[in-house]
Design a protein around this ligand. Sequence first.
Ligand code: OAD
Length: 280
Amino acid sequence: DDLESLAADIQSADTVVAFTGAGISAPSGVPTFRGDDGVWEKFDEGQFTYGRFRSDPAGFWTDRVDLQRELFAEEYQPNAAHDALAAMGRDGHLEAILTQNTDGLHAKAADENAADPSENGDESGGGRTDEAAEADAEIAADDTTLLELHGNARRVRCTDCGRRRDADPIFDRAANGELPPTCDCGGVFKPDVVLFGEQLPGAVIQRARSLARESDVFLAIGSSLVVEPAASLPRQAASTGATVGIVNLESTPVDDAADLIRREDVTEVLPRLRELLETP
Ligand code: OAD
């Protein structure tokens, strides 16, 4: 069937790139953003912009505490889809995972003993270089490159000194009335995620684009593919000759560029794909 031919393409490919969105974490219990049960049905997207963070950090943090409770109601665990991608990486079938998710579940799946994400990255200087931003977004997971394009919501970062902290205690402080929560240096903490109206670091987006262009197989998994760069990465891959596969419950605006579309649960398709790759 078409999944068998995709597996054959992956086996003969030099570079396979997986691009993931909230749908891959939905079976772990993490809410998605769009759709009936989506976070943006309950919360006003417009309250979580970079502009509001700058002009009204206390109001931003007040609302963000509620959003964080909704997004991370429990301690989530990777599911069979995260595990299948991690296994494909270990087996040398996957060059990179580019994720829009901020839940850290790909890193957890790749290495249950992964280093504390709050310790990843620079501790110096608020004015980061582009290269430092790229290094922050990139997490070494075996031989697979993992790029967290939208950051990691389990961390906060001081907007002055750049220091990172585990998010939970800082969110507790905000919930207890420290609005906005501040660092020892006096700087305001910001969730270590890309907010609406905030640019993705240039080096990060360039890395993602070049991986998409290099790819022989590009798999878009569990994303509505409506925000940038999600909307353009699969098209870029297709335009340079990659086989593009989309695994998503709903149709996407990029479906016309795909060679294969599976409108099925990620936890059905990815373990099956992995099985096919193991079959000689
Ligand atoms: P969305 O919530 O927009 O889309 C999730 C997609 O996953 C939907 O199209 C669902 O149909 C699909 N889906 C849900 N459960 C699934 C399952 N079990 N198997 C297969 N598909 C499933 O999430 P994203 O595309 O990730 O940005 O959203 C992109 C960005 O918009 C997010 O990173 C966030 C948001 O605003 C920032 O926070 C900067």
